[in-house]
Design a protein around this ligand. Sequence first.
Ligand code: AMP
Length: 360
Amino acid sequence: MIDMLPTGATIGILGGGQLGRMLAVAAARLGLRTHVFDPAANPPAGDVAHATTTAPYEDETALRTFGATVDVITFEFENIPTAALDVLETCAPVRPGRNALRVSQDRLTEKAFLADLGLRTAPFAAVDDEVDLAEAAAEIGLPAILKTRRFGYDGKGQARIMAAEDADQAFADMAGAPAILEGFVDFSHEVSVIGARSAAGDVACYDPGENEHAGGILRTTTVPARLTGAQRTDAVLVAAQILNKLDYIGVMGVELFVTDAGLLVNEIAPRVHNSGHWTQQGCSVDQFEQHIRAVAGWPLGDGTRYADVAMENLIGEDVYRLPDLAAESGASIHLYGKSEVRAGRKMGHVNRVTGGTRST
Ligand code: AMP
């Protein structure tokens, strides 16, 4: 029997960006408190959390003080330093656990994990030096993409190698960081599944969303995605397999490439995911509540999709469209409370219900 956190219990959230903010709002709706830990002052989540700690992840005293105030710890990003986890795990359960972080922090470990599960990915090889790169390119073929193994997001830390003469520049772009070469996948479109697993081991997945990127950053997610019934089932089963193998507790994003030969897994994110924001207007229980339910030891909620939704990210100067958006009927606006507008910065998003009530 799993204990359900009661009203007034506190969930610690590592990272106070927009994902932490929306998790804190969802927790508050369930009568739970949140304590946000972020190295930066005045994080977006700080506006809505019960408490905020501003300290670096290397500050063991601050981690312990934070850990003493919370009943469970979760996170909004995957690059938590291992040493911080060592400390926090002695204070309260960390959900999802260390294994999910270990697998998703390193693209090579992640690909090897997925291949072990029998799931399909782009062909890949480790690249530590120029000799590895030449061998990997010969084995995998070109075009290919060289990516840093760690700390890549929104297309950062990636270089395309279209022809052999691009290899030197791509290697230089990695700035000495261990890398992975991936064969270029000829996909028709990209989809993602937001899946959840409870502490009791139940799994629920949202309907897959179709994602469009520009400059490596997610622009839109649309549901329903263009998928056959068989592909939709396959996508959900892939996510469930990953969740179960990791003994996962919480919400996870699984990005997939749709190809003529079926679905390939691009990457997994052990957290709520930008491509799941549509659930706020498309489901009774959105991804943020689902994650809070899971880490708080509650049963999962009903994630059935009851509407067609288009989610549009507001990136950088897009946020200046606010007067028009605010006047647009049917636009559900979510702003993250970030005062400084910067190019490429996610400032908010808009969900638009585009189609009638229906379930899948
Ligand atoms: P990632 O950071 O791995 O999610 O990559 C960012 C984006 O680059 C993806 O959403 C794809 O659009 C593209 N991309 C990444 N890996 C590949 C690949 N192996 N083949 C083709 N496109 C890719």
